[in-house]
Design a protein around this ligand. Sequence first.
Ligand SMILES: [Zn+2]
Length: 479
Amino acid sequence: MKRLLLAILVLGFSTIFLNSCQNKPTESKIKYAFLFIGDGMGQAEINTAQAYEMAINQKIGFKPLTFTQFPSVGWVTTYANNRFITGSAAAGTALATGYKTNIGRISMNPDATESYESIAELAKKQGFKTGIITSVSIDHATPAVFYAHQPSRNNYFEIGMQLANSNMDFFGGGGFKDPVRVINNDTLNVVKKAIENGFTVVNTMEAFKSLKSGSGKVIAIAPRLAGDAAMPYVIDGNEGNPSLADFTQKAIELLQDGNGFFMMVEGGKIDWAGHGNDAAANIHETLAFDEAIAVAKAFYDQHPEETLIVVTADHETGGLALGNGGMEYNSNLKALEYQHMSAEKFDLELIHYCKQLSSDNEKAFAGLMKLVGDAFGLGDTTKIKLSSNEVEKVKQLFNDNIYSHIVKGTEPSEANYQAITFHLLRLISNKSGLGWTSHAHTGINVPVYAIGPGSQLFEGIIDNTEIPKKMEKLMMIQE
Ligand SMILES: [Zn+2]
């Protein structure tokens, strides 16, 4: 009798348990879905931003970011079909379509003979509105995998044309890298094509602000663009531009009416700063990305039963570590506070400075060190002190790469300038207690954070291809 009772109890419990597990994802349909992709944002990048926020207030630890407080956390494997260390196109294809592919493909199979439908395209077919936002150019690999299908990520013009011909509702962020092509005396223009197809294209603050629900299909380009048609680095100031958070807020405003939306927001320059081993720029991009996520979180707080937010990365960039061989057990992340511009902007200032150099070597080098002190705090005795050996090394690099050209009357190359910038950035990282192993991507797992009904599906170790599949399941999207 006792045994029977126990059996009934166990059966009863397991039925309740199974039911609650099986039912959870389908309890309520997700009406509003956000996928945030921090390009190149591994765990080290997140932790560095968090530790920096504490260090500037003389504290040790990690300041919680909006997304690091999400209830569900998992790990994502990122490898591509044909390479262990992935790239943004292959990783983006996995995150957008649920398929592994080869390096460089934009939502196509490894042979580039077949297109894969993205979660944005599927969502659109089933009545959701769709928004694609990025801080880099809108035809870049990560945004492109959601609306385009190309054998190569470098087909910027073709990707732009597919954007113009797409039925997405909102594009926001950077501009186009290659929007014009002349074929048989015919000038084809991506923006013109988009307007013909019913898109409203805005690139002023005024026009951006006046966009409202009912504005129709929109392409909103940041008024002020930096290199490669991307938004400027956050550390360089975003005056006169909407921020990534502003773009996210505007997209919510425009897409909210109707049957729900799917929105992808990319923090694209975390990756670029990682490639450059530019720690301070990397931190500010990550924090700005978190501000965009905070906008989505505020929306979630109003619609918690029907909103899902998933935050992940396509891969890590730079092999960043919180510690280095020189500093061993010491850290000084506060030193990064003195950096006031990105490596990209410093390069431009360096070129400008070197164009008007005097032939007096001491004077020329003193001018360089003034520039370096203003930009990074390096060599400024009240900020980051340099030893005489460290100053000597910078001088040697300056003489070899720049001054030797001035004497000969030749032009330094881009690589000459970069040799100096890279060395200075390495010095700052070394003195902050950070380490970099690469100027490329790395193969380590990236984290995924999720909040909303069914967010527990993203816990554990999952493959990047599972992310869109799980989101589709929760949004009740069928292929
Ligand atoms: Zn990259």
